[in-house]
Design a protein around this ligand. Sequence first.
Ligand code: FEO
Length: 399
Amino acid sequence: MHAREIKKGIEAICCVHWERRLFDSLIPLPDGTSYNAYLVRGETATALVDSADPALRDELMEQLQGVDNIDYVVSQHSEQDHAGALPDVLKRFPSAKLLCSEKARDMLISHLHVPEERVRVVADGESVSLGNKTLTFIYTPWVHWPETMCTYVPEDQCLFSCDFFGSHLATTDLYVTDQAKVYEAAKRYYAEIMMPFRAIIAKNIEKLSELDFDMIAPSHGPVYDQPDFILEAYKDWISPQMKNEVVLPYISMHGSTEMMVKHLIDALTAKGVSVQAFDLAVVDIGKLAIALVDAATLIVGTPTVHVGPHPAVYYVSHLANLLKPKLKYAAIVGSYGWSSKAIEQIAGLIPNLKVDVLGTVLQKGLPDAGTFAQIDILADNIAKAHYADELVSGTGRAV
Ligand code: FEO
């Protein structure tokens, strides 16, 4: 790949990691990812914004081969996928100063052993002139680390947004060409990385909206030459409004929990409530995270293993607790062999979720008519709660 111009004097250096399938040994990357650095050439100075993951340091250095001099290297975020190749860049351009936020300074020194004397802290709102271009630094903490900042070039109305608005997509597309594809990838990214910080994200979006930009150049995925697309999506995801949706992660060992889950899905669907169910034996947790962005209700379906919930349910409950989705309601259903503390144990795993529990149905052994009647009542309670919150529109549905 070669560096490509996105504005006169600004080039995108996209290092595409086609084969990467896991981030942080946790987050699935079904479509790979890219690490985007940006080269800004002014009349009197040149700056490089961010670098790349160490796995693609050679690719980055190759794209920088024809560059004679870099005066400033901007580190917007200290995580490896942005900053990991900074030591190589600093070595290659020995007179370059590394510009970063106050909080990033210590992180870059401790995480990457960047030489202290190369680092220069820039303040929130501070500008550095490159001659006919200016870099203005905007602190945007907690998207998703505390030290993160964006960089704005007012002369070109260009905003380098770092992880903010990013999408994990391995692509040669410089700009967004397939909005639906990028929307899904960006929502997955938001759900997995940004969702726990949506209150501060709202403040950061407000702060950025004071700038006049017509291009957002993120560190992952294609550049937004129509930024409203992603700004509107983010505003929707962070809004307090929930949708008439249930997210139902479940797992079944001998089929009983599955029978209960399937009955519940039918009952909810008949009442006009949308359900996204995820079999935890085969789940893509990214898809589950996406579903949690808008849902009003979480229902967990679990068998009992040695008195507690199935280990896969432990995992997903802990994950939901970390992601802090909007969620207003919860419920638990499942089957057990001889005794169960699954409900109490799941409740203990989700202290961050401020949910009203609308019901629990725990069945010893095979479900029967009595079990299904309890599930119908649970579905009724959920639908009524969604209707009461005006999440459900339309007519002709029995509640
Ligand atoms: Fe793209 Fe927070 O790393």
